[in-house]
Design a protein around this ligand. Structure first.
Ligand code: FES
Length: 123
């Protein structure tokens, strides 16, 4: 039978598809959340825009689309754009990753409640 949750997160528009170039990351503040949104070749990513090591913006770091990572500019930790996992030290904890869809030229991010994980990387 139905097992719908009582509060389904709603996708929110963060920008237009043309606002970011391929390989670009940018910070967006949406609903009290800081998001680092990244445009890939044929996909988009959204992760929490606060490094898990200290409060620095990940959107200001370098994007590597081949490895699907973004580097924290402060101390050099790499984070997965798809899962938010911290792949290198000094960060050890993940950041949240959020599902992204593009619809009619608009980029929409679904901001889920904490501890549900995320699944970034939608085309
Ligand atoms: S603040 Fe990001 S690795 Fe230290």
């Amino acid at each position: 039978m139905s097992a719908e949750t009582a509060t389904s997160p709603t996708p929110v528009v963060v920008c237009n598809e043309d606002d970011l170039a391929v390989g670009e990351a940018r910070r967006f503040d949406v609903g009290g959340h800081r998001l680092a949104v990244v445009r890939g070749h044929d996909c988009w990513f959204a992760i929490n825009d606060e490094c898990s090591h200290a409060d620095f913006s990940l959107a200001e770091g370098d994007v590597d689309l081949d490895d699907c990572t973004i580097e924290c500019w402060k101390h050099g930790s790499f984070f997965s754009l798809t899962t938010g996992a911290a792949e290198t030290l000094p960060a050890t904890r993940p950041v949240a990753a959020y599902p992204v869809v593009v619809k009619d030229g608009e980029v929409l991010v679904t901001i889920q409640t904490p501890n549900t994980g995320g699944a970034g990387g939608a085309s």
